[in-house]
Design a binder for this molecule. Structure first.
Ligand code: SAH
Ligand code: SF4
Ligand code: F3S
Length: 440
């Protein structure tokens, strides 16, 4: 690589889960601290960070087409850093396949980006996929300005090793950030404009503090911050759903009535082959318990169809489970064989057409339930946290306590928590009538 002038502007593009969104924000803050500014809308940036996702094949391949698109007509390109989970999984391979890339940085090493940029400016390419003992969090600058709904990573990595999943390899072992650091970061997020904080982790409910206290203790501590109105957490694993956390849904009013608890499949044989450590029944029991604590709770989950060996009858078990739960919203995916995972070499991989058909049937059921959930909300009064302007003049968009998108018209501003009556429901959003601002 030839030396290049130091970059003056950057763009960070994040793909994948919310943790990548959080990491993307932290990288942006780090670059800003180096005096590099966000590239204006529509203009090319001197430095592009592709913060990638490796969870499914399509997501992982996307990075190469994105790199291709960054190439200019004269064959040159901006400085390109590949970050995130593809960086971790493929490392040097990216350097070989994409000569335009000058930096490859894994999710646990991105605090070292400034040094890598200096190398790139001098014409040296670098790969850093270390998982250092010192955590990146201590090396990152303080949060300055955030939207009304902010993310806070509290736990990272995964020790569950579901047989289809790359996350334990790309994010490393489970670590919990210290209690005091998190409370301090939450305070800074609130000072920077957050009214809602979503606690993030690959297995967020596996978070423990130094004296083995669970996530509910952190939730209680954050609930004591007066200007913070709402708390959420995602993603949880059924195995780590403790009594204390279930009770927090009853006892902590700032904890929103929403639980994202992936189940993946409804057949116990498939769940076992996935190494999920729960059965359909044990999962349903947790949902019963959380509903007993908080009867209006909105439930959400993730599903995989076409796991190797899944029979028609086993897929029907998934549909039956869906019918029993009545989800408010869900994510569902076709199984994607990931290199290095045990499931990738299991016998009886399912044909793509079979997966397509199963996914369609599952999504039809999930869409039906999502619409029913939204329709059942009509007539309810609730708060909405205003997150942005709507498409029409005087229209605002925000989220209900149950994480539904809600739009309404009237006097409001971004960051307001307003009271509304939900008046009309569609599959993906609701309209509402503004009653009064709760907080200005
Ligand atoms: N830690 C969370 C989320 C992991 S990734 C959990 O345990 O639930 C988000 C979702 O992607 C998973 O819940 C799963 O539904 C899906 N997923 C993961 N690996 C996949 C694969 N190889 N093919 C298809 N979907 C996958
Ligand atoms: Fe992946 Fe399973 Fe860990 Fe979730 S719990 S991140 S699906 S290995
Ligand atoms: Fe994707 Fe990594 Fe998140 S693989 S889903 S970006 S943890």
């Amino acid at each position: 690589m030839r030396p290049t002038p130091p970059p003056r502007t950057y763009r960070v593009k994040s793909f994948g889960c919310q943790m990548n969104v959080y990491d993307g924000e932290r990288m942006a803050e780090l670059l800003a601290q180096q005096g590099i500014t966000p590239a204006p809308e529509g203009e090319e940036a001197d430095l592009v960070v592709l913060n990638t996702c490796h969870i499914r094949e399509k997501a992982a391949e996307k990075v190469y087409s994105d790199i291709g698109r960054l190439r200019r007509e004269d064959g040159t390109a901006p400085l390109i850093a590949v970050a995130g989970c593809v960086a971790q999984a493929e490392g040097e391979e990216i350097m070989k396949r994409a000569p335009a890339v000058s930096m490859v940085v894994g999710p646990q090493a991105y605090h070292r980006l400034p040094g890598m940029i200096s190398d790139a400016v001098e014409g040296r390419r670098s790969v850093d996929t270390d998982m250092p003992a010192e955590t990146k969090f201590d090396a990152l600058p303080a949060r300055r300005k955030v939207g009304p709904s902010a993310f806070l990573t509290v736990q990272e990595g995964c020790d569950k090793f579901c047989t289809y999943c790359v996350v334990p390899y790309t994010r490393g072992a489970e670590i919990s950030r210290p209690f005091n650091d998190l409370v301090a970061e939450a305070h800074r997020l609130v000072e920077a404009g957050a009214r809602e904080i979503t606690l993030l982790g690959q297995n967020v409910n596996a978070w423990r503090d130094e004296s083995n206290r669970g996530l509910e203790k952190l939730i209680e501590a954050l609930a004591a911050i007066p200007e913070l109105a709402r708390i959420r957490y995602t993603t949880s694993h059924p195995t780590d759903m403790t009594q204390g956390l279930l009770e927090a849904h009853r006892d902590v009013s700032k904890l929103m009535p929403f639980l994202h608890l992936p189940v993946q499949a409804g057949s116990d044989r498939v769940l076992k082959a996935m190494n999920r450590s729960h059965t359909a029944e044990s999962y349903l029991r947790i949902l019963d318990q959380v509903r007993a604590m908080r009867p209006d709770i909105a439930l959400s989950g993730d599903f995989i169809v076409g796991f190797p060996g899944e029979t028609d009858a086993e897929f029907e078990d998934t549909l039956r489970l869906v019918d029993r739960v009545g989800y408010a919203q869900c994510f569902s995916f076709k199984y994607s064989a990931r290199p290095g995972t045990p499931a990738a070499t299991m016998p009886d991989q399912i044909a793509p057409e079979v997966m397509d058909e199963r996914l369609q049937r599952l999504q039809a059921a999930l869409n039906r339930d999502q619409l029913a959930f939204n329709q059942a909300s009509v007539g309810k009064r609730c708060t909405v946290l205003v997150e942005r302007k709507g498409r029409h003049e005087g229209q605002w968009l925000g989220k209900s306590p149950w994480l539904q998108s809600v739009h309404f018209s009237g006097e409001a501003a971004i960051g307001d928590l307003v009271e509304v009556e939900l008046t009309e429901a569609g599959p993906n959003s609701l309209s509402a009538r503004l009653l009064q601002p709760v907080h200005g």
